[in-house]
Design a protein around this ligand. Structure first.
Ligand code: SF4
Ligand code: SF4
Length: 134
Protein backbone atom coordinates (compact mmCIF):
# COMPACT_ATOMS: atom_id res chain seq x y z
CA UNK A 1 0.00 0.00 0.00
CA UNK A 2 1.29 3.47 -0.85
CA UNK A 3 2.04 5.91 1.99
CA UNK A 4 -0.55 8.37 0.65
CA UNK A 5 -3.34 5.77 0.69
CA UNK A 6 -2.34 4.65 4.18
CA UNK A 7 -2.64 8.11 5.76
CA UNK A 8 -5.92 8.76 3.94
CA UNK A 9 -7.57 5.91 5.88
CA UNK A 10 -7.19 6.53 9.64
CA UNK A 11 -8.95 3.24 10.42
CA UNK A 12 -6.21 1.33 8.67
CA UNK A 13 -3.62 3.30 10.56
CA UNK A 14 -5.20 2.47 13.94
CA UNK A 15 -5.37 -1.18 12.93
CA UNK A 16 -1.68 -1.08 11.99
CA UNK A 17 -0.72 0.61 15.30
CA UNK A 18 -2.72 -1.90 17.38
CA UNK A 19 -1.16 -4.85 15.55
CA UNK A 20 2.31 -3.39 16.05
CA UNK A 21 1.73 -3.11 19.80
CA UNK A 22 1.63 -6.89 20.13
CA UNK A 23 4.38 -7.73 17.66
CA UNK A 24 7.90 -8.69 18.77
CA UNK A 25 10.13 -5.59 18.34
CA UNK A 26 12.48 -5.67 15.35
CA UNK A 27 15.22 -4.05 17.43
CA UNK A 28 17.47 -5.81 19.96
CA UNK A 29 18.14 -4.77 23.54
CA UNK A 30 21.94 -4.96 23.24
CA UNK A 31 24.05 -4.25 25.32
CA UNK A 32 21.55 -4.87 28.13
CA UNK A 33 20.90 -8.36 26.78
CA UNK A 34 23.36 -10.66 24.97
CA UNK A 35 23.46 -10.13 21.24
CA UNK A 36 22.62 -13.37 19.41
CA UNK A 37 25.20 -13.90 16.71
CA UNK A 38 24.45 -15.71 13.44
CA UNK A 39 25.73 -19.27 12.99
CA UNK A 40 29.33 -19.43 11.72
CA UNK A 41 30.06 -15.90 12.98
CA UNK A 42 33.84 -15.52 13.26
CA UNK A 43 34.88 -13.94 16.56
CA UNK A 44 37.70 -14.49 19.02
CA UNK A 45 39.88 -17.57 18.59
CA UNK A 46 40.20 -20.33 21.14
CA UNK A 47 43.23 -22.60 21.41
CA UNK A 48 43.20 -26.16 22.73
CA UNK A 49 46.84 -26.75 23.83
CA UNK A 50 46.36 -30.44 24.52
CA UNK A 51 45.51 -31.04 20.84
CA UNK A 52 48.36 -29.03 19.30
CA UNK A 53 51.24 -30.95 17.71
CA UNK A 54 53.33 -27.91 16.84
CA UNK A 55 53.15 -28.40 13.07
CA UNK A 56 52.99 -24.60 12.54
CA UNK A 57 50.55 -24.86 9.64
CA UNK A 58 48.40 -22.21 11.29
CA UNK A 59 51.38 -19.85 11.48
CA UNK A 60 52.32 -20.50 7.85
CA UNK A 61 48.78 -19.95 6.54
CA UNK A 62 47.81 -16.91 8.62
CA UNK A 63 47.61 -13.98 6.19
CA UNK A 64 47.95 -11.42 8.99
CA UNK A 65 50.89 -13.03 10.81
CA UNK A 66 48.76 -12.87 13.95
CA UNK A 67 49.58 -16.26 15.44
CA UNK A 68 52.73 -17.62 17.03
CA UNK A 69 53.24 -21.16 18.36
CA UNK A 70 56.04 -21.80 20.83
CA UNK A 71 57.30 -25.12 22.13
CA UNK A 72 57.30 -24.93 25.93
CA UNK A 73 58.03 -28.55 26.82
CA UNK A 74 57.94 -32.11 25.55
CA UNK A 75 54.99 -32.12 23.11
CA UNK A 76 53.69 -28.98 24.79
CA UNK A 77 52.93 -25.82 22.89
CA UNK A 78 51.79 -22.34 23.71
CA UNK A 79 49.96 -20.05 21.29
CA UNK A 80 50.08 -16.30 21.13
CA UNK A 81 47.35 -14.65 19.09
CA UNK A 82 47.35 -10.95 18.44
CA UNK A 83 43.70 -9.98 18.19
CA UNK A 84 44.77 -6.56 16.98
CA UNK A 85 46.32 -8.10 13.86
CA UNK A 86 43.85 -10.96 13.36
CA UNK A 87 41.36 -10.42 10.55
CA UNK A 88 39.07 -13.22 11.80
CA UNK A 89 39.28 -15.16 8.57
CA UNK A 90 39.48 -18.56 10.35
CA UNK A 91 42.14 -19.80 7.93
CA UNK A 92 44.14 -21.13 10.89
CA UNK A 93 41.11 -23.11 12.06
CA UNK A 94 40.75 -24.67 8.60
CA UNK A 95 44.48 -25.37 8.32
CA UNK A 96 44.91 -27.03 11.71
CA UNK A 97 44.94 -30.82 11.26
CA UNK A 98 44.22 -31.43 14.95
CA UNK A 99 41.34 -29.03 15.51
CA UNK A 100 43.42 -27.24 18.12
CA UNK A 101 42.02 -23.88 17.07
CA UNK A 102 38.40 -22.91 17.14
CA UNK A 103 36.49 -19.76 16.28
CA UNK A 104 34.01 -18.50 18.85
CA UNK A 105 31.13 -16.01 18.55
CA UNK A 106 32.77 -13.69 21.08
CA UNK A 107 33.01 -10.22 19.54
CA UNK A 108 33.35 -7.78 22.44
CA UNK A 109 37.12 -7.50 22.17
CA UNK A 110 37.78 -3.77 22.49
CA UNK A 111 40.69 -2.79 24.74
CA UNK A 112 42.28 0.54 25.55
CA UNK A 113 45.81 -0.87 25.20
CA UNK A 114 46.97 -2.83 22.13
CA UNK A 115 49.05 -5.03 24.43
CA UNK A 116 45.88 -6.40 25.95
CA UNK A 117 44.91 -7.74 22.53
CA UNK A 118 47.93 -10.09 22.56
CA UNK A 119 46.64 -13.22 24.20
CA UNK A 120 48.80 -16.07 25.35
CA UNK A 121 47.08 -19.42 25.55
CA UNK A 122 49.32 -21.55 27.73
CA UNK A 123 49.55 -25.28 28.27
CA UNK A 124 47.44 -25.18 31.42
CA UNK A 125 44.13 -24.74 29.65
CA UNK A 126 42.18 -23.30 26.80
CA UNK A 127 41.50 -19.97 28.44
CA UNK A 128 43.79 -17.16 27.45
CA UNK A 129 45.83 -15.11 29.83
CA UNK A 130 46.54 -11.55 28.84
CA UNK A 131 50.13 -10.76 28.10
CA UNK A 132 51.47 -8.09 30.42
CA UNK A 133 52.21 -4.78 28.67
CA UNK A 134 55.89 -4.29 28.04
S1 SF4 B 1 41.72 -16.03 12.03
FE1 SF4 B 1 42.93 -15.55 10.19
S2 SF4 B 1 44.09 -13.73 10.74
FE2 SF4 B 1 43.30 -14.57 12.64
S3 SF4 B 1 44.97 -15.84 13.42
FE3 SF4 B 1 43.62 -17.16 12.21
S4 SF4 B 1 44.47 -17.17 10.14
FE4 SF4 B 1 45.38 -15.44 11.25
S1 SF4 C 1 48.07 -25.96 12.98
FE1 SF4 C 1 47.09 -26.73 14.84
S2 SF4 C 1 48.39 -28.39 15.52
FE2 SF4 C 1 49.59 -27.20 14.03
S3 SF4 C 1 50.70 -25.69 15.32
FE3 SF4 C 1 48.80 -24.71 14.68
S4 SF4 C 1 47.38 -25.11 16.37
FE4 SF4 C 1 49.08 -26.55 16.59
Amino acid sequence: MSKKKFWAHPGMMIDFVLKSLFKKPATVNYPFEPMPMPPHFRGKLKFWPEKCIGCLLCVKDCPAKAIKITKVGDKKFEAEIDLGKCIYCAQCVDSCPKKALEITPEFELAQISRNKLRLTYDESGSHPTEKKPG
